[in-house]
Write a protein that binds this ligand. Structure first.
Ligand code: SF4
Ligand code: SF4
Length: 300
């Protein structure tokens, strides 16, 4: 499926969204958002949010000031750096002060850098105006199901406005907010990608319906990611013994959806503090003890 010209231009320099660009342009994630407002059954809270990141990775948590310093240091050292994203280690919108402060500091000094954020969507309607104001270029929503009964198997609870909801009730609230969020992004003309974690026996066949729904609601790219279930990452909270899909199963599902819309096939499930081109990981080169000693391109 071909994308229209205008959309292609908008994403041309984005390493995640354009397969050509991922060899030439770099991105970084800054890990400023530790808290989360839902409990996915596949999440192990010791590690980065599994909705965007590679399970089993512990990213170095930064304050907004440290994160902005790091982004500006790296923008000076890696000229291909076009995008700074916040994807964890928890949910960026469950940490709104930290997330938006970080974006403000970066946007103020380096307005050319594109900003992105990745969220479970629960608080997206709440913060859509901030997202617009800050000129955030694109948002990723992780949306694993459009059926609250399936949602009840994936989410243990959802914490919304000071109350904790379990089972179908929680899954319904999450879905409602995700749908409102999709709509709000569309109205604001902010690019929206959807991530779905493929969980065999739970939502694998159902993701075809998810794909249809998000396409009708304006998402431009669907990224189906395998559940990575390895014993060394710890027991998944509610999915003990749950296997991940085989590469063949992932590809089949992606092919089944590809008739409908553009599928993302080169996502690397990067760490919440990833730095560099998509195929490389330079996060150690810019660890906290190192980047704090380097001067940023611009004064903070
Ligand atoms: Fe974990 Fe889910 Fe929250 Fe991500 S959104 S940190 S996977 S509970
Ligand atoms: Fe891009 Fe996927 Fe990495 Fe996010 S996790 S920066 S979408 S490749």
């Amino acid at each position: 499926v071909e994308m229209d010209q205008k959309l292609q231009e908008r994403i041309a320099k984005h390493p995640c969204y354009s397969e050509d660009a991922h060899h030439h342009y770099a991105r970084m994630h800054v890990a400023v958002a530790p808290a989360c407002n839902i409990q996915c059954n596949y999440c192990n809270r010791k590690y980065d949010c599994a909705n965007e990141s590679r399970p089993g990775v512990v990213s170095e948590l930064l304050t907004p000031e440290e994160a902005a310093h790091k982004a500006l240091v790296i923008a000076g050292k890696i000229p291909q750096m076009t995008v700074v994203g916040i994807a964890g280690p928890g949910d960026p919108l469950a940490n709104p002060e930290k997330t938006f402060r970080t974006f403000e500091l970066i946007a103020d000094k380096a307005p050319d850098i594109k900003l992105c954020l990745s969220t479970n969507g629960l608080m997206l309607p709440e913060y859509i105006d901030r997202i617009k104001q800050l000129n955030i270029d694109h948002v990723t929503i992780t949306l694993n199901t459009i059926d609250p009964e399936i949602g009840a198997q994936i989410y243990a609870w959802v914490h919304y406005k000071r109350k904790r909801y379990r089972g179908v009730e929680g899954a319904k609230i999450l879905l409602e907010k995700q749908m409102e969020g999709l709509q709000a992004l569309k109205e604001a003309d902010i690019l929206c990608k959807v991530n779905s974690v493929m969980i065999p026996g739970i939502n694998d066949q159902h993701l075809i319906e998810v794909n249809k729904m998000i396409r009708e609601n304006g998402a431009f790219l669907h990224n189906i990611m395998p559940l990575i279930s390895a014993p060394e990452h710890g027991t998944h909270f509610g999915l003990t013994g749950q296997r991940g899909p085989t590469p063949k199963e992932v590809k089949e599902l992606q092919d089944n959806c590809a008739g409908n819309m553009k599928m993302m096939r080169h996502c690397r499930q990067c760490r919440a503090d990833a730095v560099g081109l998509l195929g490389e990981d330079r996060s150690q080169e810019f660890s906290k003890d190192k980047f704090l000693e380097m001067s940023p391109e611009y004064d903070l």
